[in-house]
Design a protein around this ligand. Structure first.
Ligand SMILES: *[C@@H]1O[C@H](CO)[C@@H](O)[C@H](O)[C@H]1NC(C)=O
Ligand SMILES: *[C@@H]1O[C@H](CO)[C@@H](O)[C@H](O)[C@H]1NC(C)=O
Ligand SMILES: *[C@@H]1O[C@H](CO)[C@@H](O)[C@H](O)[C@H]1NC(C)=O
Ligand SMILES: *[C@@H]1O[C@H](CO)[C@@H](O)[C@H](O)[C@H]1NC(C)=O
Ligand SMILES: *[C@@H]1O[C@H](CO)[C@@H](O)[C@H](O)[C@H]1NC(C)=O
Ligand SMILES: *[C@@H]1O[C@H](CO)[C@@H](O)[C@H](O)[C@H]1NC(C)=O
Ligand SMILES: *[C@@H]1O[C@H](CO)[C@@H](O)[C@H](O)[C@H]1NC(C)=O
Ligand SMILES: [Cu+2]
Length: 556
C-alpha cells in the first residue's frame, strides 16, 4: 500500500466520528432487551437490540475489524449471525446456535470479533436461535475501501429498506404451539417496511415509512429481506430500479420494475426520482408459487417528492400475484456477476466434489402430536438434529460423539424427485456433516422435490459465497443441464432460491476452514430440520487453520 493512501486512510478514519479512537476497529454494543413498540399497535413487548426495531445498522469499511459486544438482558438464549460475512478462520463469530457457538444465556455477554474483507455492499445481521430473528435483525453496510469507488455513479443518498414479518402474538408462543401439534405454525399478521406494518386491520399504520426524495436525484436503496418465512416482491408506482448488487457482490446493472428478495438476501437498487413531483405507493407482497397458506397481505410505504402538497393523492401500483413465477424467474435470470477486471468472477471451472442434495418435507411418527405425526424437513432424507454443544467446538477440540461426518453426498434412494413421490414420507434423523478438504472445489445441485408439496426454498450457506451456475425445472439432468452451466459470469451470493419443482446448481471453493451451516432460510423449514453443515478441514499453510476460540466464548 502506498504511503499516500495510508496517510489518506489515517486522515479519513480520524475524521470518521464512529472510529476516532482506533483506526480500522469499530466497536458496537448490543443490549438485548424487551421493548414495547407502540408503532406495532400492540402492548406486547418484543425482543430488540437497544430498544430498536429494526435494530441498529452496523457500518464498516472493507478490512475493518468489528467488535460487537452482545449483552443478554432477556430470558431467552441469544446468538447473532452476521449473515453473508465470510468469517475467514473466525467461525467462532459466525453465530448460529449449536453450530459455531453455544447460546449467550440470560445475563451473559459475548464479543463477536471479526474482520470484514473481500466484500462490500449490504448484508444483514439477525438472531440465529429460536424464531427471535423476527424482531432481532438489522443492516450491515460495508463501504468499499478508499480508492475503490462503486462501479456505478455515486448516488445522491443511500437508504436502508428492511422488510420484515410480524405476528400479533408472541412469535415464540406461535412456534412452540406448532412444535407441540406437529403442524405448521400460524402465518404472520403483517409485513413491515422499516418496522412499520402499514395498513392492517385494527392497526392504523401510524404514518408508515416515508421515502422522501428530491426531484432529479438518484437514490440507492439497500433492500434487505429479514422476514422469516416469505420471499417478497417490492414495487414502487411509476418508478423502475437499476439493480447493482446482491448479497454484497456487484452485478451487471439491469433495469426492473419489481425486485424479488428472499429471506436472508439483500439487493442494492438505484432509483432515479425522475417524475418531479407527487406521492407514489411502495408495495411489498409475498411470492409463494405453492398451494400453501401464506400471509397474503401487502405492506405499503410512500415515496414522496419534496415540495409536493400534502393534499396530493398517491399513485397506486398493483403488486404481482403471490404465484407470479415468471416475474420471480425473470428477476433471478437477470442476475449476472459484474466480472470486470477489478471485480472478476472466480467460479471454479472444475470440481472435486459433485453433490446432489434433495430438499424435501416429510412426516415422522409423533405419539404426542395432534394427528400422530410431525411435519419435518430434510436434505437427502436426513432431518438435522441439533447437537447439545456446538459442532465447531466439537471439531476444534476433538470431542467425539457430537456429530458424524457421513452426510450423504447423494440421495440415499434415488426416485423421480419432481414426479410421482414415494409413499413413505419418513426421514432419518441425525447430526451429520459433509467433510471437505481445504480449498476443494464443490458443486451442489439443490434439487427440490414434491414430497408433500413442491415449494420454493431459499438456501443459505455460511462461511463462503457460491456461484449460481444453473437452474431449471423438473429433475436435474447431469448430461444435458451441465452443458448449459454459466461458467463465465454467474451471480455470486450467499442465499439462492431453489425453484418450486426444480433445481439450482451452485459452485464454491472451500477456502475457509471451519464448520459452515447450510439451511433453508424459511425459518419454518429450518425448524423442521432442513439444515446440514459442511466441515472444511484446515489447510497446511500458516493462515489456513481455524483460529483458537476467544476466551469469552459462551459455554453450554
Ligand atoms: C480479536 O481477534 C483477534 C484475532 O483474530 C485478536 O488478535 C484480538 O485480540 C481480538 N480482539 C479482542 C478485543 O478480543
Ligand atoms: C388472503 O387469504 C385469505 C385467507 O386465505 C383470503 O380470504 C383472502 O381473499 C386473500 N386475499 C388476497 C388479496 O388474496
Ligand atoms: C485434534 O486432533 C488433531 C488431529 O489429530 C490435532 O492436530 C489437534 O491438535 C487436536 N486438537 C486439540 C485441541 O486437541
Ligand atoms: C418423472 O415424473 C414426471 C412428471 O410426472 C414425468 O413427466 C417423467 O417422465 C418422470 N420421469 C421418469 C424418469 O420417470
Ligand atoms: C428416508 O428414510 C426413511 C427412514 O429410514 C425411509 O423409511 C424412507 O424410505 C427414506 N426415504 C427416501 C426417499 O430415501
Ligand atoms: C498470514 O497472515 C498474516 C496476517 O494477515 C500475514 O501478514 C502473513 O503474510 C500471512 N502469511 C502467509 C504465509 O500467507
Ligand atoms: C440456554 O442454553 C443452555 C445451553 O445450551 C441450555 O442449557 C438452556 O436450557 C437454554 N435455556 C433456555 C431457556 O432455553
Ligand atoms: Cu425451505
Amino acid at each position: 500500500m502506498g504511503a499516500r493512501i495510508r496517510m489518506l486512510m489515517l486522515v479519513t478514519c480520524l475524521l470518521w466520528p464512529a472510529a476516532i479512537v482506533e483506526c480500522g476497529i469499530r466497536r458496537y454494543k448490543f443490549n438485548v432487551v424487551m421493548t414495547t413498540m407502540t408503532r406495532l399497535c400492540s402492548s406486547k413487548p418484543i425482543v430488540t437490540i437497544n430498544g430498536r426495531f429494526p435494530g441498529p445498522t452496523i457500518y464498516a469499511t472493507e478490512d475493518d475489524t468489528l467488535l460487537i459486544k452482545v449483552v443478554n438482558h432477556v430470558n431467552y438464549n441469544m446468538s447473532i449471525h452476521w449473515h453473508g460475512i465470510k468469517q475467514f478462520r473466525t467461525g467462532w463469530a459466525d453465530g448460529p446456535a449449536y453450530i459455531t457457538q453455544c447460546p449467550i444465556q440470560p445475563r451473559q455477554s459475548y464479543v463477536y470479533n471479526f474482520t470484514v474483507s473481500g466484500q462490500r455492499g449490504t448484508l444483514l445481521w439477525h438472531a440465529h436461535i429460536l424464531w427471535l430473528r423476527a424482531t432481532v435483525h438489522g443492516a450491515i453496510v460495508i463501504m468499499p475501501k478508499i480508492g475503490l469507488p462503486y462501479p456505478f455513479p455515486k448516488p445522491h443518498k443511500e437508504v436502508v429498506v428492511i422488510l420484515g414479518e410480524w405476528w400479533k402474538l408472541d412469535v415464540e408462543a406461535v412456534v412452540d404451539a406448532a412444535m407441540e401439534s406437529g403442524l405448521a405454525p400460524d402465518v404472520s399478521d403483517a409485513y413491515t417496511i422499516n418496522g412499520h406494518p402499514g395498513l392492517i386491520s385494527n392497526c392504523l399504520s401510524q404514518g408508515g415509512f416515508n421515502l422522501a426524495v428530491e426531484p432529479g436525484k438518484t437514490y440507492m436503496l439497500r433492500i434487505i429481506n429479514a422476514a422469516l418465512n416469505e420471499e417478497l416482491f417490492l414495487k414502487i408506482a411509476g418508478h423502475k430500479f437499476t439493480v447493482v448488487e446482491v448479497d454484497a457482490v456487484y452485478v451487471k446493472p439491469f433495469i426492473t420494475d419489481t425486485v424479488l428478495v428472499a429471506p436472508g438476501q439483500t439487493t442494492n437498487a438505484l432509483l432515479t426520482a425522475d417524475l418531479g413531483t407527487g406521492n407514489y405507493l411502495v408495495a411489498v407482497s409475498p411470492f409463494m408459487d405453492s398451494p400453501i397458506t401464506v400471509d397474503n397481505k401487502t405492506a405499503i410505504a410512500t415515496l414522496h417528492y419534496t415540495g409536493t402538497l400534502a393534499s396530493t393523492g398517491t399513485l397506486l401500483t398493483i403488486p404481482p400475484p403471490r404465484n407470479a413465477t415468471p416475474v420471480a424467474a425473470k428477476f433471478s435470470d437477470s442476475l449476472r456477476s459484474l466480472n470486470s477486471k477489478k471485480f472478476p468472477c472466480r467460479v471454479p471451472l472444475n470440481v472435486d466434489h459433485s453433490l446432489l442434495f434433495t430438499i424435501s418435507l416429510g412426516l415422522n411418527p409423533c405419539a404426542t402430536c395432534r394427528n400422530g405425526f410431525r411435519v419435518v424437513a430434510d436434505i437427502n432424507n436426513v432431518t438435522f438434529a441439533m447437537p447439545e454443544i456446538s459442532l465447531l467446538n466439537s471439531h476444534f477440540f476433538n470431542i467425539t460423539g457430537v456429530f458424524t461426518d457421513d452426510f450423504p453426498g447423494n440421495p440415499p434412494t434415488p426416485y423421480n424427485y419432481t414426479g410421482k413421490q414415494p409413499v413413505n414420507l419418513g426421514t432419518m434423523i441425525g447430526t451429520r456433516v459433509y467433510r471437505l478438504g481445504y480449498n476443494s472445489r464443490v458443486q451442489v445441485v439443490l434439487q427440490g422435490t414434491g414430497m408433500i408439496v413442491v415449494e420454493n426454498h431459499p438456501i443459505h450457506l455460511h462461511g463462503v459465497n457460491f456461484f449460481v451456475v444453473g437452474r431449471g425445472l423438473g429433475n436435474f439432468n447431469p448430461e444435458e443441464d451441465s452443458k448449459k452451466f454459466n461458467l463465465v459470469d454467474p451471480v455470486e451470493r450467499n442465499t439462492v432460491q431453489v425453484p418450486s419443482g426444480g433445481w439450482v446448481a451452485i459452485r464454491f471453493t472451500a477456502d475457509n476452514p471451519g464448520v459452515w451451516f447450510l439451511h433453508c432460510h424459511l425459518e419454518v423449514h429450518t425448524t423442521w430440520g432442513l439444515k446440514m453443515a459442511f466441515l472444511v478441514d484446515n489447510g497446511k499453510g500458516p493462515n489456513e487453520s481455524v483460529l483458537p476460540p476467544p476466551n469469552d466464548l459462551p459455554k453450554c
